[in-house]
Design a protein. Structure first.
Length: 416
């Protein structure tokens, strides 16, 4: 929730920052995109941090980084400090994305792993909705952007304290050699977490420790293909244009005819509500359907059509790329290389996000409102065929079964 709040809050804060600093297009793009620079830095090192420090420990420490970034942003008095605060928050957002998805996938049984990873996506959409509500509530408040940024300290504290009461990932404990600590966990709990006996988890960990290394991601043909699938998924996820909704939603609605800041943020809040509802439906359906079955005007007509089309866009994203791409990433790789593999794919996720965010306003100026979104639509069609033909189906399989499927059969076009 906290990561998505920090992602979504810029949509409304940007309107007030523009009034305060009279931002150029480039400065607006920097305010948005420097968060992504921090995210890319975290992606480059995040996998190693998560594999070395442990999933739960990293999530706890990262909550403090979130709080630090919020304090810097709320207290900033110039664009330089604001830029730095965005980099710090971006680092925390990316590290959160890597560690939380891995943690969830490693404690979830196969039959509900999709729902639990999607539940994480629900937290993301709720965070975005909360940020839009805060945008709307504070949009007419003097220096309201400071409060918008500062409020995220509260969920950061809640997350950091709350994680202290959750168990460390037994899979990570095994890979670090802490077998006695794992044996101290009740057998029934291991069965609930893994849907397999504790002894089988230990045996699998022993095998993976002796056979899998980081270099295998490039040298092993199956793991290499898995990595390419993961990187392509995350790139295409961003190139469909979804970052523009998160970062420039209120700006888009103002361009489409919602004249005031309050009207634009209200329209954006409606988008957030629909996104939460659509994700809630996906949460129920993802484990049943599987992966392959889920992917400047002032005319009133244009204004409301733009809102309707944006609603369709966020519903489609919430049913497909939103939860499912991260679910696939969490399932494709062996335990002891999963953190670094997901981290590498996440680098491409944030690079794509950065490219879209840095070019959006320039594309709007260059090829217009319609041309920009036709370009995103064309990439969406490409993404549809990529998922249909290349992405494997992991529905109903335990993580051990997924790895065995990759090792014995490889990754076929139908995922078998």
């Amino acid at each position: 929730l906290i990561a998505s709040y920090d992602i979504g809050i810029i949509s409304g804060a940007l309107l007030q920052l523009d009034e305060k600093y009279t931002l150029t297009d480039l400065q607006e793009e920097l305010v948005v995109s420097l968060m992504l620079v921090g995210a890319i830095i975290a992606s480059l090192v995040g996998g190693f941090i998560v594999d070395w420090g442990g999933r739960r420990t990293v999530i706890v420490v990262n909550a403090a980084v979130f709080a630090l970034g919020a304090i810097i942003l709320a207290a900033s008095n110039n664009l330089g400090t604001l830029y730095f605060g965005r980099v710090v928050v971006g680092f925390a957002v990316s590290l959160s994305a890597v560690s939380e998805v891995i943690y969830i996938s490693e404690i979830a049984p196969a039959q509900s792993r999709g729902a639990l990873v999607s539940l994480n996506e629900m937290g993301i959409t709720l965070g975005i909705l909360v940020s839009y509500i805060i945008n709307y509530a504070l949009i007419d408040t003097r220096e309201g952007w400071r409060y918008m940024f500062g409020i995220s300290i509260v969920p950061a504290i809640i997350q950091g304290v709350g994680m202290l009461f959750l168990p460390r990932s037994p899979r990570w404990l095994l890979l670090r050699g802490h077998r006695e600590e794992v044996r101290g966990v009740p057998t029934s709990l291991c069965v609930i977490f893994f849907h397999v006996p504790t002894a089988q988890i230990i045996e699998t960990a022993n095998e993976q420790q002796s056979k899998v290394s980081l270099s295998a991601l490039l040298t092993d043909p199956i793991l290499r293909k898995c990595l390419l699938i993961g990187c392509a998924l995350t790139l295409l996820q961003q190139f469909t244009g979804q970052p523009t909704v998160l970062y420039y939603g209120s700006t888009l609605f103002k361009a489409a005819g919602f004249a005031s800041d309050r009207a634009a943020t209200l329209a954006n809040m409606i988008i957030g509500i629909v996104k939460v509802l659509a994700t809630a439906v996906a949460l129920v359906k993802v484990d049943r359907l599987g992966i392959g079955e889920q992917a400047e005007y002032d005319s009133p007509a244009v204004k409301w059509t733009s809102l309707l089309c944006m609603l369709v866009f966020v519903i489609a994203y919430a049913f497909s790329y939103g939860p499912v791409s991260w679910l696939v990433l969490s399932e494709l790789f062996p335990d002891d290389v999963r953190g670094r593999a997901v981290s590498i794919a996440t680098v491409f996720n944030w690079l794509g996000n950065l490219l879209v965010s840095l070019t959006f306003l320039s594309l709007m100026d260059g090829i217009g409102f319609s041309g920009t979104f036709f370009l995103y639509a064309a990439i969406g069609v490409l993404a549809f065929f990529f998922v249909l033909v290349v992405v494997p189906e992991t529905k109903g399989k335990s993580l051990e079964e997924v790895q065995e499927m990759m090792r014995v059969r490889g990754v076929g076009l139908d995922g078998t």
